[in-house]
Unconditional design. Structure first.
Length: 258
């Protein structure tokens, strides 16, 4: 069943982004006028419906389309100021329920996904994958984590959204999308894929998958709890991470077949 789900061509990702581009170029795709944002949002869901009807077996492409459509809509909302009231309300509510104990827990959850920590983790796991499992997996893992970091930093610079002023920890750089949330989705998504590929015991697979999903959510929530990100930042990070994860899987399977 899993092999059947992987029978999607990597070139479909290129086709997908081309459709969203509408012939306007990458810069226009990411930051067009307000009217174009609305048009892209409508086209996103029209494309999504078409994909659901025409590509029943291409689940990864469908998920990528959903994630990209949601990312475009969330980014449009940020650009148009539609998230402002929601972000401020959530930030205010979180501040009202914060406690020293849970702040420490949130810091502990967030820490492994800081830049320096993640670089060290990626280096160690890449070496382990290279020596113990597969050189292709090692390159795939390192390449995915490195490229997603570059991508979300580029988007941060383009959106140029400021972080909350009441943040409880030092937050370097800009706010949207949340780099921790994006990295968590890609990292734990790859862990789930690795688990499905190499772990034979079904109960162990299930535990790892559930733990990975739970920790991904906790990482995103910790960024909101520490007031270092807005809700829209985390949602944007989740959708960007999911889109990139699906794209990486499609590319990896295409390379693996060749």
């Amino acid at each position: 069943m899993f092999r059947l789900l992987l029978e999607t061509k990597a070139t479909d990702v290129v086709c997908l982004t081309s459709v969203f581009g509408m012939g306007t170029g990458v810069s226009t795709l990411l930051w067009p006028s307000s009217k174009i944002w609305v048009i892209m949002g409508i086209k996103s869901f029209l494309l999504l419906i078409w994909l659901l009807l025409a590509m029943k077996k291409r689940i990864f492409l469908v998920i990528a389309a959903i994630a990209l459509a949601l990312l475009i809509l969330i980014t449009a909302g940020v650009e148009l100021g539609l998230w402002k009231i929601i972000d401020l309300t959530v930030n205010s509510w979180i501040t009202a329920v914060q406690s020293n104990f849970f702040i420490l827990i949130a810091k502990a959850i967030s820490f492994p996904f800081n830049t320096v920590s993640m670089i060290l983790i990626v280096i160690v796991l890449t070496v382990v994958l290279w020596v113990k499992f597969s050189k292709k997996w090692a390159i795939f893992f390192a390449g995915a984590l490195a490229s997603q970091a570059i991508i979300f930093e580029v988007i941060k610079e383009l959106v140029h959204k400021a972080r909350p002023i009441n943040r409880l920890i030092v937050g370097e750089g800009l706010s949207f999308p949340s780099g921790h949330s994006t990295t968590a989705v890609v990292f734990f998504g790859l862990l789930i894929l690795f688990t499905i590929s190499y772990v034979k015991k079904e109960s162990t697979r299930l535990y790892i998958i559930i733990a990975s999903i739970a920790f991904t959510i906790l990482v995103g929530f910790s960024r909101i709890y520490l007031n270092v990100h807005w809700l829209s930042d985390v949602l944007g990070g989740f959708t960007l991470g999911l889109f990139l994860l699906m794209a990486y899987i499609l590319i990896f399977k295409k390379v693996e077949k060749n």
